[in-house]
Design a protein around this ligand. Structure first.
Ligand SMILES: *Cc1c(COP(=O)(O)O)cnc(C)c1O
Length: 386
């Protein structure tokens, strides 16, 4: 069976370990979110969802598996290079032999850590997960704090047999987990560190650069009206390499003659200002771009479009608007969003669509893609809020 897309040579040569299903994650319409043509001057706005929560057979499918596909070859190599903590001031050389243990971190209800733990088991490796009580506001907002630290993704991490260590607020390990890696080495293991969200990993942006080609291939098969493309793509911006990778991939498509698409990253945390995220996303896009054959000046700051209007009061807090979005999507489309990321992204996307910010009067019909990045397993921990 052939895929509906082909990568250019430089990109195709980068090694990738298959974690996803061999077919692209599905794209389907969201008719209840779409906007009819209210007058001849107002174009039809058709909204679709790409289901990254249905992209892999591994536990709690979500966007991290796509990133990890390009990291596994280093993990399994005889001398892994990118195994140490990003804040380690004195980076050690390559590991002496393939990794035995994947180590990563996240907030208490992190989806990323579950995907790393499931991958570790699939590869026959151990997983050590650091969960930070101080990250975000989910724990603070939970009325039953014990349950929040036991349910949802924490339960799944334990089920997967990961060693889970819960770190207190202010634990120096939240800044640099090198002591944990040293401890594992001293016990004879070969630890491989994966940064939170896999975004600071030098190969972390490649998965979503490839996803851009997958989406472009799916567009052609779908026979969309209007431009025939997704004019707008809405996706979460957390640690940033999902949107950064997409920016790089679509820029390469532009260089190959495709028309541009507008990619909007919806922020979900008010902790850092917009400029902080813009700088990171640009950096991740340029890094991925440099690996897939783009040049330094190809990706510019104007290519990174982030929207910080839907961050809510804190990362990981499901507020009334988030709840409403969860309910609307569940009760119209029968689709379940997650409480931390996609409920905010969908809210932002629905705002853009409803206000017709995606279309100019008199423009052609518009196609909008909402990327569902997964994360529903956290819902169990938000029981009293959802
Ligand atoms: C990690 C995650 C994101 C954010 O992706 P980044 O690449 O970190 O920006 C979005 N949605 C879900 C469900 C996630 O788990």
């Amino acid at each position: 069976m052939s895929l509906p897309f082909q990568l250019p040579e430089t990109f195709a040569q980068i090694s990738r370990y298959k974690i996803l299903y061999p077919t692209p994650s599905p794209i389907h319409p969201l008719p209840s979110i779409s906007q009819a043509r209210v007058s001849p001057h107002h174009p039809l706005i058709s909204v679709y969802a790409k289901r990254e929560d249905h992209s892999s057979p591994l536990a709690c499918s979500g966007n991290k598996y796509r990133k990890l596909e390009y990291i596994v070859p280093d993990i399994l190599s005889q001398a892994p290079i990118y195994h140490y903590h990003e804040n380690n001031p004195s980076p050690p050389g390559p590991l002496n032999g393939p990794a035995t243990t994947l180590v990563t971190e996240g907030a208490i209800q992190s989806n990323h850590t579950v995907q790393v733990a499931a991958l570790a088991r699939k590869l026959g490796l151990n997983a050590l997960i650091l969960l930070h009580r101080g990250t975000g506001g989910g724990l603070r907002a939970a009325s039953d704090k014990e349950a929040f630290q036991r349910n949802g993704n924490v339960q799944i991490n334990r089920l997967l047999g990961a060693e889970v260590r819960i770190c207190e607020q202010g634990d120096p390990l939240a800044r640099d987990a090198t002591p944990v890696l040293d401890e594992l080495k001293a016990s004879g293991q070969n630890p491989y560190w994966i940064p939170g969200g896999a975004s600071l990993h030098p190969l972390g942006g490649l998965g979503y650069a490839r996803a851009a080609f997958e989406i472009a291939g799916q567009e052609k098969e779908m026979g969309l009206s209007g431009s025939g493309r997704f004019d707008y793509i809405f996706v979460a911006c957390g640690s940033g390499s999902t949107v950064g990778g997409l920016v790089a991939g679509f820029k390469l498509l532009e260089k190959l003659g495709e028309k541009p698409r507008r990619i909007i990253g919806i922020l979900n945390s008010p902790t850092q200002p917009l400029a902080y995220h813009e700088e990171r996303v640009l950096r991740f896009a340029k890094k991925a771009g440099s690996l897939i054959g783009l040049h330094g000046g190809d990706i510019r700051v104007q290519d990174v479009k982030l929207d910080d209007r839907f961050v809510g009061s804190a990362y990981g807090v499901l507020d009334d608007q988030g709840k409403e979005t969860l309910e609307v999507m569940a009760q119209t489309e029968g689709m379940i969003l997650d409480p931390v990321y996609t409920s905010k992204v969908a809210r932002g996307m629905m705002h853009w669509v409803k206000e017709r910010d995606v279309a100019e009067p008199g423009s052609d019909d518009i196609n909008v893609l909402f990327i569902h990045t997964g994360g529903q397993a956290a819902l169990g921990a938000y029981l009293d809020n959802a």
